[in-house]
Design a protein around this ligand. Sequence first.
Ligand code: PGA
Length: 247
Amino acid sequence: MLIVANWKAYVEELAKAKKLFATSKRLAKATRTTIVLAPPAPLLGALALRNKSKVAFSAQDVSVTDGGARTGEIIAQVYSAAGATYAIIGHSERRAVGDTDTTVAIKLAHSIAQGLSPILCVGEKERDVEGRYLAIIREELTLAIEPLAPKDRMKVIVAYEPLWAIGKDAEHAIGQNDLAEMVLYIRKVLAELLPGESTRNSLILYGGSVEPGNVRDLAGASGVDGFLIGHASVDSRMFSLLVKQLA
Ligand code: PGA
């Protein structure tokens, strides 16, 4: 299982970041889970540079630019130089402040060019009875992945994060059956976008109110390869419990 801890802007200081990192190192040793931490950029720089542990690091976003006179931008190459090996792209909280399908596609390409494994976030705002949400997921996947070279399309990790389920508690997460259906649907769309049989190796994650109380249920039989965890990843106790549920 791949567990991506999206610290968002919850972690404000190095001491707390170090504590969470230490917890993750212990968990990665004691379990078979692959843990990826996505701290705010300066904290990533402080933790990831000389990292020799099994824990990996991810950017929360990368710049749509490729450097130069762009004050405030953090390009994929900088994340890579700082020790990141993954990048979250197109998170709904970035889409809410300006990311479009076009910028998401560019960011995906920048990440891959710098050797970062991109975690592409897709998700509908609401579930409608007509099933329009399926078309939204198809469109987000297609517009992001289709511009990539076929050999690069296989590198994309998909994180299904329905907006209605983000930042709440376990009760508001998706149900196991609905998740299983969505994972199948995403695999079907990927099969159309990816060359040959390669979709079988594509990783699909779920994110949105994953907590210790529902993670095992969501993992069982749904076909997901892992989770993108927000609020439950910045509380050492909660995160340990959650990872142990999957071990
Ligand atoms: P949440 O966030 O676990 O707090 O719902 C998930 C995410 O936005 O990646």
